[in-house]
Write a protein that binds this ligand. Structure first.
Ligand code: GLY
Ligand code: MN
Ligand code: MN
Length: 435
């Protein structure tokens, strides 16, 4: 059973951050895959963050306190339905959900269109997800119009609609202890999956067989899903950044890049490891690998309160640019390689992103035009890489080497903590585990 107190606290916090008015936050819709088959259901992250409630067809309403009335927290959800529960399983129903999830009131979702105009009456402002779903936007406007129709009887309709995400993104960006504990457990499952992949991989296997080992480990330990489609990319496939085909044969002498992480109780993990299919790095692979590892260490060292979001990326770039020159991949000075962005031939993505309920999590990266400052409780990935496609002016022994090393990092009071240390990444540790 999910502990509900953090969710109640977040709803109160949300209420105190919207000066006056009403927040209306729907969960995600079920998505049809084909004919009668649906995609596995995943709730909306904002909705879950504030409720802990996992059923589809649910809407959260929070009414801010006024001089006369306290905060009110309301859930709309599916009715109990014996017939449907025989087919689809348990559903709470409003009464039980109200008790179990700490709401003041709960109603059937079938009553949403009837009750929303009443709840919106005399509220100065609406906070909702704007621009995410046209049908939802229209529905909110229709409710407001229904309130306007009663204006001659003295009712006041909301005069403003705000995007609730401007408030919620900032809340989600700073993780609480309860969230960090779940993220550590998600990371633990994912590190086990990467270890198992290293131990299982042999030349002649197919990429999907290794993907199966990852998914086995995720589900075996209680994760509900992969947090994103696993990338299992052997040899040249590693140079395709979003490769997800995972069908090719793994060849001795090639590297295998795996970017995979599970989702546990709504929180993502996101890990990349790169290792030799036959368990032994070649000299050329070693040279590039050590460079990416050094870039990652330099980036992680920059993760501490008060540093800017961009500092880890800049640290990684400095190391990579020097390394590309040393390896004969780029020419000239580090300054020139950075200035011309010549490094982008081999490193074309950024060094990380926020991590949380979404793998690319909520939160701005800049504030007032400046990279924002890192604060305790933020979680980010640090994931430099190097991808060398065959080209005329590139030494041939580096062709088709694609390497990324990615860890999940928490900003702490004094610096940082890695959630994903248990996945080996030094050459010695990887070769030892693969023996
Ligand atoms: N796995 C997605 C990413 O690394 O950003
Ligand atoms: Mn990532
Ligand atoms: Mn990743």
């Amino acid at each position: 059973m999910t502990h509900i107190q953090p969710f109640i606290t977040r709803r109160q916090s949300m209420a105190s951050k919207m000066p006056a008015g009403i927040a209306i936050i729907p969960t995600a819709a079920e998505q049809l895959r084909n004919r009668d088959a649906h995609y596995p259901y995943r709730f909306d992250s904002y909705f879950y963050y504030l409720t802990g409630f996992r059923e589809p067809e649910s809407v959260l309403v929070i009414i801010a306190a006024t001089d006369k009335t306290p905060v009110k927290q309301i859930l709309f959800c599916r009715e109990k339905d014996q017939e449907r529960e025989i087919w689809d399983g348990f559903r709470y129903g409003p009464e039980a959900a109200k008790e179990a999830f700490g709401f003041d009131e709960a109603y059937s979702i079938a009553k949403l269109d009837e009750l929303m105009p009443k709840l919106l009456a005399d509220q100065p402002a609406v906070y909702t997800m704007l621009g995410q779903d046209r049908a939802w936007d229209q529905r909110v406007v229709d409710w407001i119009n229904r309130v306007r129709e009663q204006m001659r009887s003295g009712v006041i309709a909301p005069g403003a609609i705000h995007d609730c995400r401007s408030v919620l993104d900032e809340m989600r960006l700073i993780k609480g202890m309860d969230e960090l504990q779940i993220m550590q457990r998600a990371a633990d499952i994912s590190t086990q999956a990467h270890r198992r992949a290293m131990q299982t991989t042999r030349p002649g296997m197919r990429e999907y067989q290794i993907e199966a080992e990852l998914l086995y480990t995720f589900y075996r330990h209680g994760a509900q899903a992969p947090a994103y489609t696993s990338i299992v990319a052997g040899g040249a496939n590693a140079c395709v950044l979003h490769y997800v085909d995972n069908r090719d044969e793994l060849k001795s002498g090639d590297l295998l890049l795996i970017d995979a992480g599970c989702e546990l109780d709504g929180y993502a993990s996101d890990i990349t490891r790169t290792f030799p299919v036959n368990g032994k790095f070649t000299a050329a692979q070693k040279a590039v690998y050590e460079l990416v590892l050094a870039a990652q260490a330099a980036a992680i060292a920059q993760v501490k309160p008060g540093n800017h979001w961009n500092d880890p990326h800049q640290a990684a770039l400095n190391v990579l640019a020097q390394g590309f020159i040393d390896l004969g991949l780029c020419q000239g000075s580090v300054e020139a390689v950075l200035e011309s962005e010549d490094y982008k031939r081999f490193y074309m993505h950024r060094t990380g992103h926020w991590l949380g309920m979404d793998v690319h999590d909520a939160g701005e990266y800049k504030q007032n035009g400046e990279w924002r400052l890192l604060q305790p409780g933020m979680v980010l990935t640090v994931e430099p890489g190097c991808y060398i496609r065959p080209a005329d002016n590139v030494p041939e022994h580096f062709w088709n080497i694609g390497i990324r090393i990615e860890d999940d990092v928490v900003v702490t009071q004094t610096g940082h903590e890695l959630l994903t240390v248990a996945a080996p990444k030094s050459i010695a540790d990887i070769e030892e585990l693969m023996q």
